[in-house]
Write a protein that binds this ligand. Structure first.
Ligand code: NAD
Ligand code: UFG
Length: 337
């Protein structure tokens, strides 16, 4: 069995990827400091797959502890590096926390990979690296723009750190995955997103409002230069996203060298209002909302050209939106129990 280390594996995308990897026959070692997650998600992975991932509660910024885990699992064939802080607003208030956590963590992962000769890394990047795109949809060739938050900067800089490190190390290969907007949960309802406190993101805000935990959803702006005036995003099912990590790893294990970069989205944009209506159609639940002012820093519209991942990785996001929204709702109901 090939062994994969996943940092941040107790988190939202990491736990779904742990499921996909285990179901694809990999052995999974999770490193997580549980700063934004709980071991319950790994119990959920075990209930879905029948196997509990190995787990080390370690902070990626602690190089000595990271070395100890990598030494123990030096037979790993790759690392998927999810571990990062991701709250855009918090990153504006506490930039050094974000730079230290996200960049020191990445540098330590690359250091350990080099010391223990682990050849393949998959990195969680983001559509945020495109800033406000002038042409839609965005391809991997679309020029990157200065990020609008320290969080976004950690992704732009993280990609550069990886490119430079691969250029200097013939034995290291990398895949940079630029996620668009991941939503939904595992169809079992056993794992999903666990936002801390009041959600910043639209999907958990919709499900918490539907559940009555929040009184009303605030829709940020209806005067954008988009077909219906609302912001447009490319919402990708988290299980499809998880499968892309398996495909990216296999691509490198099959011999792809150097650095590859892929957009991971559906190729279709939905406005905020379309998503609210699609949620009602999928679940029968009407979410109360009010239109309020634009949120500072929001990109009016962005969606992916994900055809490169289709051609090279043979990966497509094919879960229907209605299934994704139903899974998000099932998870919301289960997570309250
Ligand atoms: P998440 O917060 O659910 O998962 C991140 C995990 O990393 C958490 O379990 C957290 O405890 C852990 N972690 C954070 N800092 C750590 C550290 N120093 N050491 C060890 N563990 C640490 O977030 P997610 O949505 O699953 O995001 C995973 C990755 O994908 C992140 O890198 C994020 O920036 C990126 N990403 C997410 C989105 C999104 O909308 N969810 C979009 C684009 C990119
Ligand atoms: N929105 C609302 N009300 C809310 C929350 C969001 O109307 O309560 C709107 C936003 O204005 C935006 C859309 O819903 O138009 C999506 O917002 P999210 O916060 O869910 O997602 P973003 O596209 O703003 O940000 C996400 C990730 C970031 C990442 C970015 C680009 O959260 O980490 O995508 O990849 F940087």
């Amino acid at each position: 069995m090939q062994k994969i280390i996943i940092t941040g594996g107790a988190g939202y995308i990491g736990s779904h990827t742990a499921v996909a990897l285990q179901q694809a026959g990999f052995q999974v070692v999770v490193i997580d400091n549980l700063s934004n997650s709980s071991v319950l998600s790994l119990d959920g992975v075990a209930r879905i797959t029948g196997t509990h991932p190995l787990f080390a509660q370690v902070d990626c910024t602690d190089l000595e502890s990271m070395r100890a885990v990598f030494e123990q699992h030096s037979d790993s064939v790759g690392v998927i590096h999810f571990a990062a802080l991701k709250a855009v607003g918090e990153s504006v208030e506490q930039p050094l926390l974000y730079y230290r956590n996200n960049l020191d963590g990445l540098i330590n992962v690359l250091t350990c990979m080099s010391e223990f000769k682990i050849p393949n890394i998959v990195f969680s990047s983001s559509a945020t690296v495109y800033g406000v795109p002038s042409v839609l949809p965005v391809t991997e060739e679309t020029p990157l723009q200065p990020a609008t938050s320290p969080y976004g900067q950690t992704k732009v800089i993280g990609e550069s750190i990886i490119r430079d490190t691969v250029a200097a190390n013939a034995g290291l290969n990398a895949t940079l995955l630029r996620y668009f907007n991941p939503i939904g949960a595992h169809p079992s309802g056993l794992i999903g997103e666990r936002p801390n406190g009041v959600p910043n993101n639209l999907m958990p805000y919709i499900t918490q409002t539907a559940a009555g935990i929040r009184p009303i959803l605030r829709v940020f702006g209806n005067d954008y230069d988009t077909p219906d005036g609302y912001c447009v995003r490319d919402y990708i099912d988290v299980n499809d996203l998880a499968m892309a990590h398996v495909a990216a790893l296999r691509h490198m294990l099959d011999g792809a060298t150097g650095v590859s970069t892929f957009n991971l989205g559906t190729g279709r944009g939905y406005s905020v209002m379309e998503l609210i209506n699609a949620f009602r159609d999928a679940t029968g639940v009407d979410v109360p909302y009010e239109i309020v002012a634009r949120r500072a820093g929001d990109v009016p519209a962005i969606w992916a050209d994900a055809s490169l991942a289709g051609r090279v990785l043979n990966w497509h996001a094919d879960t229907p939106l209605s299934e994704t929204l139903s899974s998000a709702w099932l998870w919301q109901q289960n997570s309250e129990k």
